[in-house]
Design a binder for this molecule. Structure first.
Ligand code: LLP
Length: 385
C-alpha cells in the first residue's frame, strides 16, 4: 500500500520539495482536540521546532493549539502565523538577551527557565522594562526514555534543565526576585517515545516532586510535561494518526493534578510527521558490483534524519507500479553518510520517477541546510498546488 499523492499536480514543481497533506494535518489536529478535550485543564502546545512552515503553523494556530518555542526566531514566526502571545511558552538552555526581550515585549505566557543564571538575567531584563516575567522551571526528572540516544533529554547527564535537588532553591530564588513570578514546572524526557510506560515513569516522578513541594507549602499552578509522543515510521499508511488517546489518558490516570492545576503538553512530531513527505526524483540508476543504487536529487541537506540518527523513512516510488527491485537510495551530497536507505525494495525505478520519503513532516524541512551550496527545499501544502 502506498500513500495518496496528487501526483498530477506535482509535475510543474521543482524537486526536491516537501509536500504537506493538509487534510491529514487537520484530521490529526481534530483528534488531538477531541482526545485532549476529554480531560479537564489539558492545554496542548505545538512544538514549533518540528516544522515552522508558515502555512503549517497557520493551520495549527487555527486549530487552537498554543506554541512551544525555543528561539526568538520561532517566537517571531508564531506571532506572524497568528498565535496569541498568551499561548506561547519559550524554552531553551541558552536564551540570548534579545530573545528574552522579545518574549517580554510580547508578554508571552511563560519562560521555561533552565538555570538560576538564566533566571537572574530574565529578572534584570524584566526590571529594565518594568515588567514581571512568568517563569516555570525545567526540571531534569532523571527518567530515561526508550528511544535514540541523541533524542533522550531527561537523564541526569543531559545539559537540559535544573537538577531535582536544586528545584526548591530555584523556586525560593524566584520568590525573592521582584521581576519574575514562579508559575510552574516543566519537564521533557525525550522524543519518538512509543512506550506509554516512559510517560508513566515521568508521571510518577512528578507526583513525588509535587508531594515534596506540598510539604513545604509551595503552590504550582502549571505542570508542563513536554512532548515526545512517537509515530509509526514503518507504517505511515496504516497508522497515519498517532495514538493520542492512550497518550492523554496515561497522563489523566497517572498524574495527580492538584485542584485548579493546568497540564500543558508540547507535541511536535506527533502533530506533523505523518502529513509530510519529501518528494524527490530519480536522477540515475547505477549498477554496482553487488547492488544497484537509485541516485535521487534530494540529499541529507534536505532530510538529515537518516544520516544523523540512522532514522528510517519509508520510501515509495510513486510514479511506477513495476515489480519491486532492491536499491540503496542515495543522495548527491559529497558525504558517504548521504544515504536514505540501504537494500530496500521499491517499484523498479527509472530516471525521472517521483520518489516519496514518508513521515518527513517533522524535523525535515526545518533541519535542511545549504551544504554544498544547495538550495533549501520548499514546502507546499495541498492547497498550494
Ligand atoms: N518540548 C521540549 C522541551 C523539547 O525539547 C522537544 C523536542 C519537544 C517538546 C517536542 O518533542 P516531540 O513531541 O517532537 O518529540 N530532531 C530530532 C528530534 C529532536 C527533539 C528535540 N526536542 C529528530 O529528528 O528526531
Amino acid at each position: 500500500m502506498k500513500g495518496n499523492f496528487p501526483i498530477e499536480r506535482f509535475s510543474g514543481i521543482e524537486t526536491p520539495f516537501y509536500y504537506y497533506d493538509s487534510e491529514l494535518l487537520r484530521k490529526t489536529l481534530n483528534t488531538i482536540n477531541d482526545e485532549a478535550g476529554k480531560h479537564e485543564n489539558f492545554c496542548v502546545h505545538y512544538a514549533v521546532k518540528a516544522n515552522a512552515n508558515p502555512r503549517v503553523l497557520n493551520i495549527i494556530c487555527q486549530a487552537g493549539l498554543g506554541a512551544d518555542c525555543v528561539s526568538g526566531g520561532e517566537i517571531e514566526a508564531c506571532i506572524k502565523a497568528g498565535f496569541a502571545p498568551s499561548k506561547i511558552v519559550y524554552a531553551g538552555v541558552g536564551k540570548s538577551d534579545w530573545e528574552i526581550n522579545l518574549g517580554l515585549d510580547h508578554d508571552i505566557f511563560c519562560f521555561n527557565v533552565e538555570s538560576i543564571a538564566e533566571l537572574e538575567v530574565i529578572n534584570e531584563l524584566a526590571q529594565a522594562k518594568g515588567k514581571v516575567a512568568r517563569v516555570a522551571f525545567r526540571i531534569n526528572p532523571n527518567v530515561g526514555a526508550h528511544t535514540h540516544a541523541n533524542i533522550t533529554t531527561g537523564l541526569a547527564e543531559n545539559k537540559f534543565g535544573i537538577a531535582m535537588d536544586q528545584m526548591e532553591e530555584a523556586i525560593a530564588e524566584a520568590e525573592r526576585m521582584e521581576n519574575v513570578s514562579f508559575v510552574g514546572l516543566h519537564f521533557h524526557i525525550g522524543s519518538q517515545i512509543l512506550d506509554m510506560g516512559d510517560f508513566e515513569a515521568l508521571c510518577n516522578r512528578i507526583n513525588e516532586l509535587q508531594d515534596q513541594l506540598e510539604r513545604h507549602h509551595i503552590k504550582v499552578e502549571n505542570i508542563n510535561v513536554g512532548g515526545g509522543l512517537g509515530i509509526s515510521y514503518d507504517h505511515p499508511n496504516r497508522e497515519p494518526i498517532p495514538d493520542f488517546k492512550s497518550y492523554f489518558s496515561t497522563y489523566a490516570t497517572k498524574l495527580k493534578l492538584r485542584p485548579g492545576q493546568k497540564l500543558h503538553f508540547e507535541l511536535g512530531r506527533a502533530v506533523v510527521a505523518q502529513m509530510g513527505s519529501l518528494i524527490t526524483r530519480t536522477l540515475y540508476v547505477k549498477q554496482g558490483t553487488a547492488k544497484q543504487f537509485a541516485i535521487v536529487d534530494a540529499g541529507m541537506t534536505d532530510l538529515i534524519r537518516p544520516a544523523l540518527y540512522q532514522a528510517y523513512h519509508k520510501i515509495e516510488n510513486i510514479s511506477s507500479d513495476l515489480p519491486c527491485e532492491t536499491y540503496d537510495v542515495v543522495g548527491p551530497i559529497c558525504e558517504s553518510s548521504d544515504v536514505f536507505a540501504k537494500a530496500i525494495d521499491i517499484n523498479k525505478t527509472r530516471r525521472g520517477d517521483l520518489i516519496a520519503l514518508r513521515s518527513a513532516g517533522a524535523y525535515g524541512e526545518i533541519m535542511a541546510s545549504q551544504y554544498n551550496c544547495r538550495k533549501l527545499p520548499k514546502g507546499y501544502i495541498t492547497e498550494d498546488l
